[in-house]
Structure formats: structure tokens, C-alpha cells
Ligand binder design. Structure first.
Ligand code: MN
Length: 397
């Protein structure tokens, strides 16, 4: 295939690529052992929007900011006008709304799965409030991660908790506007270590189906056991019209929330391939929401975000290079080595020169990281926020 054809394909893929960044990626966070503050960390919702706007100015592909109700909208819907002002000021729109079902003292034994009907009611009301926040902000996704589970066999009824979850999710679903979707995220362990109530994609799929047609599954790449074939899960969810979105990050051991592609870039390429394969068939496939779920406490937060976004674009461009038609032919002929080489060849192609050219054509910085360094933004916010950050970290994310 000629270089021009490949370039056209890469540019078309890049034109259709956007990825949401999380507000908690700009704030001080830590590990469960210690909190490490950064002088440049965002200390308010205004600063989070400002940082998101800087990442979007540099990369051009992060127009939305995921918001966490607990940290970003502590007054619920009443905070929506303030968010709208920040949207107008920064040009960054509110993205997915993430309810808090894990940090309140009442949720010690679970939120929507708590044996107490009173606590379940509180958690369900919070889900419905989150849907209302989404409506007030015109945000498409309400993204649920349920941290519920138990630590010891016999201490909770896994069976009864399924019913409680179904009831809560159905009620939240009933509150959705026609253009909203509910994303159900799964995770096999942590914070609970014997069972988590939504442990894998099968459970998330069943729960989303029973909630209603606007509920879909969210795949967080860090929420699997070692060796899980995540792209196969993605292929199944596409087949079942149940793939709603992604939380991208990388991991070596558990839910490490490392930079996307830092450990296994080939895995992200393989996931993107499944999405691009479906698109290449010309089906009515609705592309899932791409989101980053990372919160760095060693790397500089804005640098880490720019690095992640650029890496995601590179891997998406590589996946777009796969010659789908040729690959299907090789698969049908069982030409194993040729098929693998066609696939791997795309992965090993250096797409960075095309990315530079694509950015320049669109009036963006050819090298977003160099532009960040040259622009002085991090130095400026470090000076502005140093005092405020001397006091200590806000929370874990
Ligand atoms: Mn996540």
C-alpha cells in the first residue's frame, strides 16, 4: 500500500479520535501508604479546568473532563452553574459524571449492596442525583464504579446482593434522559479482597442489561486478572452491542494506574484494532467513550497527561494502519505467519512523523510535550499553587 494511502488512513483515524481526561488526574493523590503532594497540583475545580484546557490546547483531542461528584460537585446539581461557567471560560466541556459510592462512612459494608435498606436508599438517591447532574450539564455518560464487596467467606450473601444491585441500577436507569448512557464498570478485587459485587464483564453485562437499554459496560484496562485477554472481552462486547466505554491505564501487577502503554503498548493496540475492525465493516457501531483513568503522584500531572494522550494517539494511528481486508484474507487462508506479520508490522511502524504533520496541519504544536515545556505553564502554576499545596493531599483516586 502506498505511503499516501497509509497517511490518509492515519489522518482520518486521528481526525475521529478524542479521549476524555479525568479531573482527579490533576489533583493531589497518593498511595494507601502515603500521600505525596505536588506544588503544581490543582487545588480547586477552577484549577482542574485550567489544567484540562492546557492539555487540550496542546493536544487538541481532550475536549471533555470527567468529573467526580464527591470532589468536583460537592453540592450536587447546585454546583452545575459553576461548572457551566468554567466550561464557557476554558472551552473544556464536562464529561462523564462519576458518582461516589465508596468514600462515605455509611458505605463501609457496601453502597447499593449494603444489607441496610436505608444505606441502599442513600446510595441509589446519589446515583439518581448524578443522573440529574449529567442532565444539567448536558453530559452523556454517568459512569458507575461500585466498590462493594466483602473480605471473608460467609460474611455477606453474594446472591442477595445481586438483587439489591439490580433494583438500584434499574431505578437510576429510569431517571436517564434519552441521550444519556449509564456505564457499568467491573473490577475483580480491591478494595474488597474476597468478593467484589461486579467482578467481571459478564456480571457488568447482566447488570447493565437488566437495568435497561441505555446501560453499557465500561472496560477499565487495569481491572482484570493477569493474563486476561482484554481484546477478546472487547470483541464480545462489540458483538453484543454492549461496549459503552473505556478507562485506559496500564499495569504491571494489579490496578496500578500507570501511564497507558508504558508496560504493554501492544495490548492497547490490539484493543484499538478490535474497534477499528468493527468500524471498517461500515456497521452502525457507535464508538465507545475513550477515557483516561490515571492519577499520577510521582510524574508531574500535566506532563503525564500529555504523555498519555500522545501515546494513545500513536497507538490508535498504528492500529489504523492494519490492512483489514488483507488481514481477513490471510486469516481465511490460515496464513499464520503472514497474518501475524501484517498485524505486527502495523504495530512496529513509527507513526510519529505523521502525527507531527497532522498536528501542524491543524494548527497544533507538532510536539505537545516540548510545547508544554517551552510554554512555562507548569512553572506558573507551581508558583501560584505552591502555598496551597503545602498543607497536604486531598484524597486517594
Ligand atoms: Mn476506572
Amino acid at each position: 500500500m502506498s505511503a499516501d494511502v497509509l497517511k490518509t488512513r492515519v489522518f482520518a483515524a486521528l481526525d475521529s479520535f478524542a479521549i476524555e481526561i479525568p479531573s482527579w488526574g490533576f489533583a493531589n493523590t497518593g498511595t494507601r501508604f502515603g500521600k505525596f503532594t505536588q506544588a503544581a497540583a490543582a487545588t480547586s475545580i477552577e484549577e482542574k479546568f485550567a489544567d484540562a484546557a492546557e492539555v487540550n490546547r496542546l493536544t487538541g483531542v481532550t475536549p471533555t473532563l470527567a468529573l467526580h461528584v464527591l470532589w468536583d460537585l460537592p453540592k450536587g446539581v447546585a454546583d452545575a452553574p459553576k461548572i457551566k461557567e468554567l466550561e464557557a471560560k476554558t472551552g473544556v466541556r464536562a464529561g462523564s459524571i462519576n458518582p461516589n459510592l465508596f468514600q462515605e462512612a455509611e458505605y463501609k459494608y457496601g453502597s447499593i449492596c449494603n444489607p441496610s435498606a436505608e444505606v441502599r436508599e442513600k446510595a441509589t438517591a446519589h446515583l439518581i442525583d448524578s443522573v440529574e447532574i449529567g442532565k444539567a450539564l448536558g453530559s452523556a455518560e454517568v459512569s458507575l464504579w461500585v466498590a462493594d464487596g466483602s473480605n471473608y467467606p460467609g460474611t455477606q450473601s453474594m446472591r442477595r446482593r445481586i438483587g439489591w444491585m439490580k433494583e438500584a441500577l434499574a431505578r437510576a436507569h429510569a431517571a436517564l434522559a434519552p441521550d444519556q448512557i449509564m456505564l457499568v464498570e467491573y473490577k475483580p478485587f480491591e478494595p474488597a479482597f474476597y468478593h467484589t459485587d461486579i467482578a467481571d464483564w459478564g456480571m457488568a453485562l447482566e447488570l447493565s442489561r437488566s437495568a435497561g437499554p441505555q446501560a453499557k459496560v465500561l472496560v477499565d484496562t487495569g481491572h482484570h486478572y493477569q493474563g486476561t485477554n482484554i481484546e477478546q472481552i472487547v470483541a464480545w462486547l462489540i458483538e453484543l452491542n454492549a461496549l459503552g466505554g473505556f478507562h485506559f491505564n496500564d499495569r504491571k501487577y494489579a490496578d496500578d494506574d500507570l501511564t497507558l502503554g508504558s508496560i504493554d503498548p501492544y495490548q492497547i493496540f490490539r484493543i484499538f484494532h478490535e474497534i477499528l475492525f468493527e468500524q471498517s465493516k461500515g456497521s452502525a457501531f457507535k464508538k465507545p467513550a475513550f477515557m483516561i483513568d490515571q492519577s499520577h503522584n510521582l510524574k508531574g500531572k500535566i506532563e503525564a497527561m500529555v504523555q498519555t494522550v500522545v501515546t494513545a494517539q500513536e497507538l490508535y494511528a498504528k492500529a489504523a494502519l492494519v490492512d483489514q481486508e488483507k488481514l481477513v484474507g490471510l486469516q481465511d487462508a490460515c496464513s499464520l505467519v503472514e497474518a501475524e506479520e501484517a498485524f505486527r508490522g502495523a504495530f512496529w511502524t513509527d507513526v510519529r512523523p505523521w502525527l507531527r504533520e497532522w498536528r501542524e496541519q491543524r494548527g497544533l504544536a507538532a510536539d505537545p510535550m516540548a510545547a508544554l515545556r517551552a510554554g512555562g505553564y507548569v512553572e506558573r502554576i507551581t508558583a501560584e499553587r505552591k502555598e496551597k499545596n503545602a498543607g497536604g493531599a486531598s484524597s486517594y483516586a
